[in-house]
Design a protein around this ligand. Structure first.
Ligand code: ATR
Length: 512
């Protein structure tokens, strides 16, 4: 079983006792007491959970400035009531005798805060040959692919092993440590008490990333993005897995911008044995890269995703040894279904509608392509008129009519449906609306749809409500596109209400 270890900086016996109790309550199996700030030995009491003692020197990323001899003495004094003690491989090379007082409870560690150690394989060979009981290697991930090397170290371990990547790109090595049978993973008590970059909190590890149910066969999903840290997708999909009992975990996957990075990620992660990568969400800046990659591989791409030029969902069929990939775009379906459900009409009836699409970026493009595909008459309004003209020209006449119009004519538009796909009105600019201050000519049959979800009720939606129009918020679109992804990956109906609740709670929480 992979232990969940909470590191705690030791400042005083009282504070440490409090933090250890909190860690135990939060679900820690073991705590690491970091004695870096001590200058004299301390006798530790018995704590309610097993203890690892460590006094990390500055030269290995810690805070201790003591010379080796004093640090070793400090660890020895504290180790009487400890289950394990951690000493750096570099320290042990100079002081091999330190092993003797730590027999059967020595963690031998090596850290690199700059990147992957040059001689990683040699380090592990040296650790395996030495007298330690647990090997620990941790390094700063330069790219998400470094995690695979950490997983390989775990798969080929000769001793109980901790192999972790630090930094945002290394997060998955911390969560999936359990899947690959690591000796332990670290998680911080609070955001600010993390002892290494990229460490998640115990709360997030257990609640957000489903630590307790992760096993060797758990399927892995994730959102490929850069940046990825603020994505709500992990919370939404993991909640859906919880609700349906699907044996999966959904992770943020930081893949650097550029086609080559995306391709390198796909080529290494999809076939990696034991990872069970089973589905991907794709977002900025990789939606076009995903389409290009799938085409290059000769993979199946949904027709509308191809005509939009963007893939936001990839399925990976692991039941087939060739691991066939498929590219979808769940954004356009989410836009269409939000409208048809609100208007209680079928997709075919969209052909009778005039729809105003505000914005000509990625989301605007999805809306135009989808509505025109079903025969609607679409009017594109955009700040930069040339982009509206180009978008209209591209899709006009395929199935529906698409024209561009000047932004200052928006309020006089006689469309039945208005969709805002620009970022106007998005937090923190909550008092802005694509309509400006003018009262639009809405009727009770008009539908106003804002793809912006933060805030949940934008100024545009407030204007629409005041004019008696029907409204659709961005949360609806976000939840629908996520639900369609869930269904594409699992083949089961998505728990949309649970997913919606998670998004709303997150947005309410961030608004506080
Ligand atoms: P996305 O992929 O989310 O749609 P995008 O491709 O960056 O994002 O597109 C943003 C859209 O919002 C564009 O249509 C942009 O208008 P321009 O083409 O003139 O840049 C529009 N947009 C962004 N900020 C805006 C603002 N302050 N006022 C009006 N339109 C704005």
């Amino acid at each position: 079983m992979t232990l969940l270890c909470v590191p705690i900086f030791f400042d005083s016996l009282e504070q440490t006792a409090r933090d250890v109790a909190l860690a135990a309550e939060a679900g820690a199996d073991v705590v690491e007491l970091r004695l870096d700030r001590l200058t004299q030995g301390v006798a530790l009491p018995q704590y309610p959970v097993p203890v690892i003692v460590t006094c990390r020197p500055e030269w290995e990323g810690g805070e201790s400035t003591l010379p080796d001899g004093e640090r070793i003495a400090l660890v020895e004094a504290a180790s009487a009531n400890a289950r394990y003690a951690d000493l750096e491989l570099a320290t042990l090379r100079r002081h091999p005798d330190a092993r003797t007082f730590l027999a059967e409870r020595l963690i031998v560690s090596a850290h690199d805060f700059k990147g992957r150690p040059d001689r990683l394989a040699n380090l592990v060979v040296e650790m395996n040959a030495g007298g330690g009981d647990v090997n620990k290697v941790a390094w700063m991930a330069r790219s998400i692919r470094d995690n695979l090397e950490a997983f390989e170290l775990l798969q080929t371990r000769q001793k109980p092993t901790i192999a972790l990547c630090m930094g945002e790109a290394g997060l998955i090595s911390r969560v999936l440590a359990k899947k690959f049978g690591a000796f332990l993973t670290f998680a911080s008590l609070r955001d600010e008490s993390a002892t290494a970059p990229g460490q998640v909190t115990v709360h997030d590890l257990k609640r957000l990333y489903r630590w307790d149910v992760i096993g060797a066969r758990t399927k892995v999903y994730g959102v490929v993005a850069s940046p990825v840290v603020h994505s709500m997708s992990p919370a939404v999909h993991n909640a859906a897995f919880d609700q349906t009992g699907h044996d999966g975990v959904y992770l943020p996957l930081l893949v650097n911008p550029g086609y080559e990075s995306f391709k390198a990620f796909m080529e290494s992660f999809v076939p990696f044995e034991g990872l069970d990568l089973s589905g991907l969400s794709v977002t900025l800046p990789h939606k076009e890269n995903a389409l290009k990659y799938l085409r290059e591989k000769g993979a199946d791409v949904e027709e509308l995703a191809a005509s939009i030029g963007a893939v936001n969902t990839i399925t990976i069929d692991r039941s087939d040894r060739r691991l066939p990939l498929r590219g979808l775009n769940t954004d356009y379906g989410a836009i269409l279904d939000s409208i048809t459900d609100t208007m209680r009409i079928s997709r075919d009836a969209l052909g009778d509608l005039r729809v105003a699409v505000i914005g000509a970026g990625g989301t605007g493009r999805s809306a135009v392509a989808a509505l025109a595909h079903y025969g609607a008459t679409v009017v594109v309004y955009n700040r930069t008129r040339e982009k509206a003209d180009a978008l209209a020209a591209e899709f006009n006449g395929r199935t529906g009519r698409v024209v561009a119009a000047s932004m200052d004519k928006l309020c006089d538009s006689c469309c039945h449906v208005f969709i805002n796909t620009t970022s106007v009105g998005m937090h923190p600019h909550v008092n802005e609306s694509p309509l400006g201050e003018r009262a639009p000519k809405f009727t009770p049959d008009t539908v106003v749809f804002d793809a912006v979800y933060n805030p949940m009720k934008t100024k545009l939606l407030r204007q629409a409500e005041a004019a008696g129009a029907k409204t659709i918020g961005g949360v609806e679109m976000f939840v629908r596109q996520a639900a369609a992804q869930f269904e594409a990956w699992t083949g089961t109906k998505a728990p949309s209400d649970v997913m919606r609740r998670v998004v709303e709670q997150r947005l309410l929480h961030s608004a506080r």
